[in-house]
Design a protein around this ligand. Structure first.
Ligand SMILES: [Zn+2]
Length: 259
């Protein structure tokens, strides 16, 4: 009896060994950069970021510096909300406004507020926003539209709904800009591996390169942008408090081309 038990245990152990030997490995975070986005920016493209809160630009501030620092490219930010939304969040409005003015002057063709007042994007507000956003896109005609991935970058419900608003109106546009999702791989900004696996990036903007146009590395420029938002943006306040950890950041911003 003991012997049979021993054989069974041995067989089970071998079975387990076999399972682990042949099981598919967990998907690795391997990234192949096809660099289409970088090429388009270098060639001179009009890029429009569609966000919901007037500080979401901090997530892609390196790419904004790249686009806005390039004299042949143009960068727009379209914000679905208004500055009143900041007021309601009890965030210091003057310092946020100062950061927005600063980034606009330095990098943007325009920071467009759709001026909708909401705490959460309700179906009623979304119906008001969709034609407004469509009008702005048709007017500015960006070559490239960039918004949050459907999981919302950091899971924020309004980020998720923003992604849905953009993908809903996309097929109704009179032309076909390239559409990219912003994918969160940033260790400091609440990295979500699940989002990465569901939407593997197609493009990475490497910030660890020296930008001749800016006279410094894009990464250093990103830090300067973060510095400008650190008085009024809680997530950046936190990042700046752990500044010494930033050298472990892989210094890239990731995107997934959808259309
Ligand atoms: Zn946000």
């Amino acid at each position: 009896m003991k012997r049979i038990k021993l054989i069974l245990v041995a067989a089970a152990a071998m079975g387990l060994l076999n399972v682990s030997a042949f099981a598919k490995p967990a998907p690795a975070l391997v990234f192949k950069n096809n660099a289409e986005l970088q090429d388009d920016i270098d060639k001179g493209s009009t890029v429009m970021f569609v966000f919901v809160h007037p500080d979401d630009e901090v997530f892609v501030s390196g790419t904004i510096a790249l686009v806005g620092g390039d004299k042949t490219s143009s960068c727009y930010i379209c914000c679905l909300g208004s500055l009143d939304n900041v007021r309601r969040e009890k965030i210091d409005v003057p310092s946020r406004l100062k950061a927005i003015r600063w980034i606009t002057k330095k990098y943007l063709k325009d920071y467009i507020f759709l001026d909708n007042n909401f705490t959460t994007l309700t179906p009623k507000i979304i119906n008001v926003i969709k034609p407004k956003l469509k009008e702005v896109i048709e007017e500015k005609k960006p070559d490239i539209l960039i918004t949050f991935a459907p999981s919302g970058y950091d899971g924020n419900v309004n980020h998720r709904l923003t992604s849905k608003i953009v993908t809903d109106i996309y097929p109704t546009l009179s032309y076909a800009p390239k559409l990219y999702f912003l994918i969160n791989v940033d260790q400091e900004l609440n990295f979500k591996a699940r989002e990465y696996r569901k939407y593997p990036p197609t493009d990475a903007i490497d910030l660890n390169v020296h930008s001749e146009k800016l006279g410094k590395k894009l990464w250093d420029e990103k830090l300067e942008i973060w510095e400008n938002y650190s008085d009024s943006t809680p997530i950046i306040m936190g990042v700046m408090a752990r500044k010494e950890r930033l050298d472990k950041n892989d210094q890239k911003e990731y995107f997934r081309k959808m259309k």
